[in-house]
Ligand binder design. Structure first.
Ligand code: PHE
Length: 345
């Protein structure tokens, strides 16, 4: 028997750390059990010379007492820890609760817009986010040197070709593909993500979402356009909503208009959301330019149509009075949880 062996076990006892009741029990068996390290030393003690017995006997008793006390302390601590006392195999226990995610507010608004137009008989059409210059600009009657083709607004994927690839700046290109491919009459909405090389601010982002619409048939008039937008606005913002149309310009529509809805916060009286005007701008629209119909092989002498386009983030900001568009892209859980109770229509 040697002293260093006893000291080694003693320092091991002093450093002993156990988290669970099982670990404490394992340590007890390893040290003080029938075949434990300390028990083995007591067995050895019986065989040593008489003159050594006094010294070793004292040390061994000290070790045994300290180990027993430490085990008792660890056991008491572990039994207070609920994790160690939890029966691990009780299959009747209820499961841990977990929270379901919820739809992103932009998805909720998109779904709401789509549902409203589906009720009016519109189909949903989708197209590629990487488009060519022809479908985004040329077929939509953009003049050769129109600033929207400029690098300032458009992210080009491959520059320098005759028909370069680019990230679509609006979903009007989906309407062009529909006019090329679908039988007449056409009544579609085109929800999707669009990209513009713009500085990120409270009102603008380089990635955002649009829903654009197109209706082409015989005898479609501006009155049909006005009625469709009015019905949409009332479904979206409430039955008392008014609209007003202001003359505007888009290369692909003639005449063109921008549409405002009466402010749903002050109901036309004037507040800081509508900047005192009582009106909020929601979309652009117009009668499809005959050049656009011609470019897609539709005879403008027989058919006419209207188109409109709106930003989903803008509609969502107005609907839920969000004052900064960047909230929609930051994924702050506190913001997103605000929408977890929104019921889909
Ligand atoms: N394409 C236009 C835009 O992105 C919106 C629009 C669509 C305007 C259809 C008129 C008609 O700003």
């Amino acid at each position: 028997m040697d002293k260093t062996q006893i000291e080694k076990i003693l320092s091991e006892v002093r450093d002993l750390k156990c988290k669970t009741a099982k670990e404490v029990e394992d340590a007890r068996v390893r040290l003080l059990g029938k075949k434990g390290e300390i028990t083995a030393l007591f067995d050895e003690f019986r065989t040593i010379a008489k003159e050594q017995k006094k010294e070793f006997g004292q040390q061994l008793n000290l070790l045994k007492n300290e180990a027993a006390q430490k085990i008792a302390e660890l056991k008491a601590a572990a039994s207070q820890d609920p994790a160690s006392s939890k029966p691990s195999d009780d299959v009747t226990m209820p499961g841990d609760p977990f929270s379901l995610g919820s739809r992103h507010p932009v998805s909720i608004a998109r779904q709401e817009i789509v549902t409203i137009f589906r009720k009016f008989g519109y189909d949903v059409a989708e197209g590629p986010e990487i488009e060519d210059d022809y479908h985004v600009f040329t077929a939509l009657n953009f003049p050769e040197n129109h600033p929207a083709r400029d690098m300032q607004d458009t992210f080009f994927v491959s520059a320098g070709h005759l028909n370069p690839l680019l990230l679509r700046t609006h979903t009007s290109c989906v309407q062009v593909r529909a006019m090329e491919n679908l039988p007449l009459p056409i009544r579609i909405i085109c929800p999707g993500r669009v990209f513009r090389n713009e500085a990120i601010s409270a009102r603008a982002h380089c990635i955002f979402h649009q829903v654009e619409g197109l209706y082409i048939d015989k005898n479609v008039t501006f009155a049909d356009l006005k009625q469709a937008i009015l019905l949409f606005a009332r479904e979206m913002f409430g039955p008392d909503t008014q609209i007003r149309m202001r003359p505007s310009y888009f290369p692909f529509t003639e005449p063109s208009a921008e549409v405002d809805v009466s402010c749903n916060i002050c109901h036309g009286k004037g507040c800081n959301i509508c900047k005192g005007t009582g009106w909020l701008e929601i979309l652009g629209c117009g009668m499809v330019d005959p050049n656009v119909l011609k470019a897609s092989g539709i005879d403008p002498a027989v058919y006419s149509g209207f188109a409109f386009g709106m930003g989903i983030e803008r509609i969502a900001m107005l609907k839920w009075q969000v004052n900064d568009l960047r909230h929609y892209f930051e994924n702050d859980m506190r913001f997103l949880h605000e929408f977890s109770r929104c019921v889909e229509v």
